[in-house]
Design a protein around this ligand. Structure first.
Ligand SMILES: *Cc1c(COP(=O)(O)O)cnc(C)c1O
Length: 949
């Protein structure tokens, strides 16, 4: 590698943060690609018919310091008071060792979903700890590795109950003591599927013979702790499924859902060290009885073995993944909340069961102290058994007390017209309790000792978190090293490019990440009065406006927490529009074969019938087939779902025709915006003819993938759809919410906003062009060794390209998986494997990668092609070769070596770093073994012997 001196230009430098190739490197790349200039390449690549008329213009890009100053001013517009508002959101203390070493550490936050288990062992172990902790706390058998939020977890639990219940009923019962947003999201999910939701008191209003399942909140949203054992038994007597929404901290003290007989438990792990962030992101959990483990939605980490028989983790039962099931999908969950689940699991590792119990006890004792004080003042507590939440009848004083508390810096929750509810948390200090008393008219000191208000029969007697992982030495050095040891096993963007097609693994710039942990952003409760969140308002409005300019839409809803949730929200919007126009019968959705699996899954979730449209030989949507199907279903056409540029990595010339045909037949166009990184500044979905799109802010707009979440999938819509966007119980709207919080996961929006500010319209456009250049450069460099499956007429690809590895299978028996695993030896994460075309790799370099890094990747790929050639020609054995045995580990450096190729060739293929090589911690993971011997919690400690003896 040679380093050239370049002239230092401050303006250029601002954009260079995100744009990998230097101007000189770009010139070299253009030469290889065979284009006169970057603009000439773009003109050849992006069809004229779709180019946007006006460039993106919103002034000069900001420098890093200017942007951070702007973020600081904006943060200061938020007022960070003490919120005792509860309803699933609680103050929490993020242990600094977790904040710095996980949340603020690119080794954790820039990783991808652990589909390639060999390079994901660290985060898989952390997620297994999460699953083990959840199982222990809930008293159930199998837990998944996170869901998007508590309310959507409730909706998933309901859908799962309907699937596994042996009854044929269509009514679902929801405890009136569920959080209001949970009830609302469950209603949203139930309505299109034709299920009735009955809300009431489980002890008096529930008829078990009428329902397929029921949810109970534990403790209730207003604080009461109830034992559901009897009502659960009655449900079971009628073949109905019992679901308990449980606060994991309360479960340190209370009898578990499992002990009550629940089939499913779910909840939020936010209060395990993940800041409220004005609504998110945080990880929801779900745990189920063993008999239902194959029906649990979301991802499941399991234990398997590698090629040497050593313990190795992997995602279990991957064929249940909703992508693969397409229109047979029962959920659309894809991106979840891995980073936040990792944080919560580390909170469990850090505190251990005794620490968690101590925190729970303190929260409860302070709540009892608060209650006793209020009783002394003369108020009666509504709850006879409670954990951290109480309510009192204050009659006409409601407004005055809340105002008085507010003036002293505390948010209290009004309940109905004459009650106030108060929820305490880990952060509540005695001074806060005294201030609350003062607001209620009492002057007392919070220094006594309080008793308990949990009678013995409600108390937990069982052990939990007994695994040694939760009993490490409590020294911070131990914790720091554990976190480091795990992250060292993983390959994230801080080590190498991750050329995952469709996933857009681009730079997550440090300056963009800084604001997310500022307390003014991270500590706001989602339901604070609007005037305490003016900074967020400003940020959300300005970012929405910019996204409208980028997409050509008229409004944005920030609610969806992932791309798939955006699809769901967008289709619900389309559905509501048809209903309002008297077109309830419109329920057919046309989806091309090349669509991402979440597309048909989302259509399924809103009750639409999926009709699959064929692809032409060149990979484009077959327009004639599309037209024929639109005509055939004209009467009932609701929508089509297309991806642009297509998942085949090409800008189709016919996209406008597809939109026009759909509209002609009365349908709406959903354009999956996951590939927006190929469009920003060049073309706008809203101009092309689409009506609604989701944008993956965790792809195009720099929110890191976090190892499989968080994400944000806001939707943009044209004006006619604005009235049908999701609403929220907190701030109105005629339609139901799709997420627990009104703006999804706002605390990660500063990342996308500062990206836009620092790039400016011109910089964003330049990023798009360079992303396209880099993809075309890779396609060109690999020419001769690998075919690019789909190209435009001009021979160009969009921002990604599909590399065909099937010929290697024919000539040398080398599978796409062998190629993917061999790339690990070179220190790379494989491109997207076997999607959208089986046996291929989809490569997306993004604009962030330097030419040197792209070249290193190309060298690795070319070397793999040479090895395959060598096999074909007999130079390497067909079954015992570096490709079949990849990845190689340090274990391959010691002991007997009887393979017909050298250790040198095994471990140091082209592209790998001689010094600081990435070593896969395990050899190839055995997928079949893992599914046959399903084990989804921490293995026995004897398997943790990691130190040589
Ligand atoms: C990533 C992706 C999705 C799903 O987004 P999630 O945030 O993972 O839910 C949908 N469609 C396409 C084309 C994608 O690449």
């Amino acid at each position: 590698m040679t380093f050239k001196r370049t002239d230092y230009q401050p303006y250029d430098f601002a954009n260079r943060r995100h744009i990998g190739p230097s101007p000189e490197e770009m010139a070299e790349m253009l030469k290889v690609v065979g284009a006169e200039s970057l603009d000439a390449l773009i003109d050849e690549t992006v069809p004229k018919a779709i180019r946007q008329a006006e460039p993106l213009a919103w002034g000069a890009p900001m420098t890093e310091r200017e942007a951070l100053d702007r973020l600081r001013e904006t943060a200061n517009m938020n007022r960070n008071l003490v919120s005792l508002l509860g309803q699933g959101y609680h103050g929490t203390i993020t242990p600094p060792v977790i904040q710095r070493n996980i949340l603020e550490n690119p080794a954790w936050y820039t990783a991808y979903t652990p589909y390639q288990p060999e390079i994901s062992q660290g985060r898989l172990e952390a997620l297994l700890n999460f699953q083990t902790m959840v199982c222990d706390l809930t008293g159930l058998d199998v837990a998944n590795a996170s869901l998007l939020d508590e309310a959507t977890a409730a909706a998933e639990a309901m859908a799962m109950a309907e699937r596994v219940s042996k009854s044929k009923r269509t009514t679902f019962f929801v405890d009136a003591e569920c959080h209001p947003q949970t009830i609302a999201v469950v209603r949203t999910r139930a309505e299109p599927l034709g299920w009735d939701v009955v809300v009431g008191d489980p002890m008096s209003d529930l008829d078990p013979a009428q329902v397929f399942g029921a949810i109970f909140q534990y403790p209730g949203t207003n604080g009461q702790v109830r034992d559901f054992t009897d009502v659960i038994a009655k449900l079971h007597g009628e073949n109905a499924i019992a679901i308990v929404a449980a606060d994991p901290l309360a479960l340190a003290l209370l009898k578990t859902p499992g002990e009550m007989g629940a089939d499913i438990a779910y909840g939020s792990t936010q209060r395990f060290g993940v800041p409220m962030g004005y609504g998110g992101p945080h990880a929801a959990y779900m745990a189920v009885k063993d008999q239902y483990k194959r029906s649990i939605p979301g991802r499941l980490v399991g234990v398997s073995v590698d090629a040497r028989g050593n313990r190795a983790y992997r995602l279990a039962l991957q064929t249940r993944e909703q992508h693969i099931r397409r229109e047979k999908a029962t959920s659309n969950i894809c991106t979840a909340q891995v980073l936040l689940a990792v944080m919560a699991s580390m909170y469990g590792v850090f505190h251990g069961p005794l620490g968690i119990k101590a925190i729970a006890q303190r929260v409860h004792e302070r709540t009892v102290m608060l209650a006793e004080g209020l009783e002394k003042i003369g108020y009666a507590i509504d709850q006879d058994v409670f954990f951290d939440t109480i309510s009192v009848d204050v009659g006409r004083l409601q407004g005055a007390i809340i105002r008085s508390a507010l003036e002293a810096g505390i948010n209290l929750r009004p309940l109905g017209k004459n009650r106030i509810a108060i929820t305490l948390d880990e952060r509540t200090r005695p001074g806060v309790i005294e201030t609350v008393w003062r607001a209620f008219g009492g002057e007392m000191k919070a220094d006594g000792k309080a008793g308990w208000r949990i009678p013995d029969k409600h108390l937990r007697k069982s052990d939990y978190m007994t695994h040694p992982i939760f009993h490490m030495n409590r020294a911070e050095s131990e914790m720091t090293r554990y976190i480091r040891r795990l992250s060292d096993r993983d390959l994230a963007l801080d080590r190498s490019m991750i050329p995952l097609g469709s996933c857009t693994m681009k730079l997550n710039a440090t300056a963009e990440m800084l604001p997310i942990t500022w307390p003014e952003f991270s500590e706001l409760h989602p339901f604070v009065p609007a005037d305490q969140a003016l900074g967020y308002r400003h940020l959300i409005d300005d970012l929405s406006q910019k996204l409208c300019q980028i997409t050509g839409y008229d409004a944005i809803s920030m609610q969806p927490n992932s791309g798939a949730q955006g699809e769901y929200a967008g289709l619900l919007t389309i559905r509501a529009y048809h209903l309002a126009n008297g077109n309830a019968h419109r329920d057919v959705c046309l989806i091309p074969t090349s669509a991402h699996g979440t597309n048909p899954a989302s259509a399924q979730m809103v009750g639409m019938k999926v009709i699959v449209v064929a692809a032409a030989d060149n990979g484009d949507i077959d327009v004639e087939d599309f037209r024929a199907k639109a005509e055939q279903h004209s009467e009932n056409l609701a929508a089509c779902m297309i991806t642009y540029p297509s998942t085949h990595g090409v800008f189709e010339e016919t996209v406008r025709d597809i939109c026009a045909i759909t509209h002609e037949h009365g349908g709406q166009v959903y354009l999956d915006g996951a590939n927006l990184n190929a469009l920003v500044g060049l073309a706008r979905p809203g101009d092309i003819g689409a009506d609604v799109s989701h944008l993956n802010l965790h792809k195009t707009f720099c929110i890191p993938h976090g190892g499989g979440g968080p994400g944000m999938g806001p939707i943009g819509v044209k004006a006619h759809l604005i009235p049908y966007l999701p609403g929220h119980p907190q701030n109105g709207g005629d339609h139901g919410p799709v997420s627990a919080a009104p703006f999804g996961s706002p605390s990660i929006l500063p990342i996308s906003w500062s990206y836009c500010l620092m790039m400016g319209g011109e910089g964003l456009t330049q990023a798009t062009k360079v992303a396209i250049l880099s993809a075309n450069y890779i396609a060109k460099r690999l020419e001769g060794a690998f075919d690019v499956l789909y190209k435009s007429k001009a021979g160009r690809v969009a921002h990604e390209c599909i590399i065909d590895t099937r010929p290697l299978q024919q000539s040398a028996g080398v599978t796409v998986e062998d190629v993917a695993k061999r790339l690990i030896d070179s220190g790379f994460h494989a491109p997207t494997m076997s999607w959208p075309v089986s046996g291929t790799l989809m490569v997306e370099p993004t604009e962030s990668e330097t030419k040197a890094e792209i070249d290193r990747f190309c060298e690795a790929m070319l070397a793999i092609a040479r090895e395959a050639k060598d096999i074909e020609e007999g130079g390497l054995d067909r079954d015992n070769n570096p490709l079949k045995n990849a990845p190689h580990t340090v274990e391959d450096l010691v002991g007997e070596w009887n393979r017909p190729y050298s250790r040198e060739q095994a471990c140091f293929p082209p592209g790998s770093f001689r010094v600081g090589k990435y070593w896969s911690p395990v050899n190839r993971v055995d997928n079949v073994y893992g599914d046959r011997n399903l084990m989804c919690s921490c293995p026995p400690v004897s398997e943790y012997l990691e130190v040589a003896e």
